[in-house]
Design a protein around this ligand. Structure first.
Ligand code: PLP
Length: 387
């Protein structure tokens, strides 16, 4: 029964709104009188076409996507988009023309604020791309964003794009998009990985060349990736060699032309995402933003009341509202914290395996009561273990 559910603080895949799960459950076996489940439905059928078109239309309304931006659902996760961002941009007419003018390969600017932007950069290096590291953390640590005056941006005429990650899920560092888009020459497209904070607040999409995100944090279950791409970056010249390095499954234009279904899409995942988008639309994105700040404040207030016990590494200005990370005085206490929380039905509080510590992920579907419960648990854990 639904009242046996635990509080799930997973960094992703993460908790979904209960009302969405209930709707899925209601419609699971026989979707709205079609006689089949969405799990079994042909993606070429009328009911499925309505599902995917509705999901796209709702996403466009919720995020206020300008009409000159394509929205595509594809696969390969956030990781697939590390390669896709680079390969699609280098297939675009504008980047190729700029490169021809320069007479050598353009470089790709990476603003590295944590392990996911670093992973995106490494993928480009793996594919043989030229990378320019604009910043790499703050004094080698992923605890914030260096002031723009210290950034080493490439020259606009030598740069294909600037890439950053708006919310670093592992390190708990969240940018304000303005920090990046204001710093970059308007002729250079900004590509942003918003896997872990898309749809948690309004964004000014027209400031970006492309925004990419895996769905499995705020937007739905795992299995679908969303790319929002400015039209001009999809333009190609006629030379067939343009496509030699771009597999179809990473090609944004292939998906755009095929209505996100040039081949079998992750049908069920997109259906559930569509229901989540509706849930967000009903709340309103401004309200969603207000709630995300409220939830995060409840937990950060406990951290800030006992900074010698809850050691948050991230500079306050860049602390994430989605993934709140901290350390306890010892590793033993951290293990005990995670175990005792689990006994009280609060799961997935362990930090990412690469950094350790504790991570409390508070995505859209986490309730205020859920945030209060973990904050109360933190306070009582402190009361028991303070020195
Ligand atoms: N980018 C960010 C910000 C992430 O949080 C993740 C995964 O957690 C990824 C990229 C990689 O996504 P995926 O696991 O879908 O490949």
């Amino acid at each position: 029964p639904s009242n046996d559910r635990v509080l799930n603080f997973s960094a992703g895949p993460s908790t979904l709104p209960l009302s969405v799960l209930e709707e899925v459950q209601r419609d699971l076996i026989n979707y709205k009188g079609t006689g089949v489940s969405v799990l079994e439905m042909s993606h070429r059928s009328k009911p499925y076409d309505a599902i995917i078109r509705d999901a796209e239309a709702t996403l466009r309304r919720v995020l206020n996507v300008p009409s000159n931006y394509a929205v595509v659902f594809l696969q390969g996760g956030g990781t697939g988009e590390f390669a896709a961002s680079y390969l699609n941009l280098f297939a675009s007419k504008s980047v190729r023309a700029k490169q021809a003018k320069l007479g050598r390969a353009l470089s790709c600017d990476y603003v590295v604020t944590g392990s996911w932007s670093k992973a995106g950069m490494k993928e480009v290096q793996r594919l043989g791309g030229h990378v320019n590291t604009v910043i790499d953390g703050v004094d080698g640590k992923y605890v914030g964003v260096l002031p723009v005056s210290q950034w080493k941006l490439g020259k606009p005429e030598e740069t294909a794009f600037v890439y950053y990650c708006d919310n670093e899920t592992v390190n708990g560092v969240e940018c304000r998009p303005e920090t990046v888009v204001d710093a970059v020459d308007p002729s250079v497209p900004v590509i942003c990985d918003m896997s872990s904070n898309m749809m948690s607040r309004p964004i000014d999409i027209k400031r970006f060349g492309a925004i990419v995100a895996g769905a499995q944090k705020n937007m739905g279950p795992a299995g679908v990736t969303i790319a929002i791409v400015r039209d001009d970056l999809l333009e190609r010249d006629d030379d067939p060699a343009v496509l030699h390095n771009l597999p179809s499954v990473l090609d944004w234009q292939y998906y755009n032309k095929g209505g996100s279904m040039p081949h079998t899409p992750p049908c069920f995942t997109i259906y559930v995402c569509g229901l989540v988008f509706k849930w967000v639309e009903k709340l309103g994105l401004d309200k969603v933003e207000q709630l995300r700040e409220e939830r995060a404040k409840i937990v950060y207030d406990v951290i800030d009341s006992h900074p010698e016990f809850f050691k948050g590494p991230v500079n306050k200005q860049y602390r994430s509202c989605m993934n709140l990370v901290f350390n306890l005085p010892t590793k033993e206490l951290e293990a005990q914290f995670v175990a005792e929380a689990a006994q009280q039905n609060m799961i997935q509080l362990k930090g990412h395996r690469s950094v350790g510590g504790i991570r409390v992920s508070l995505y859209n579907a986490m309730t205020i009561e859920g945030a209060q419960a973990v904050a109360q648990f933190m306070q009582s854990f402190y009361d028991q273990h303070r020195q």
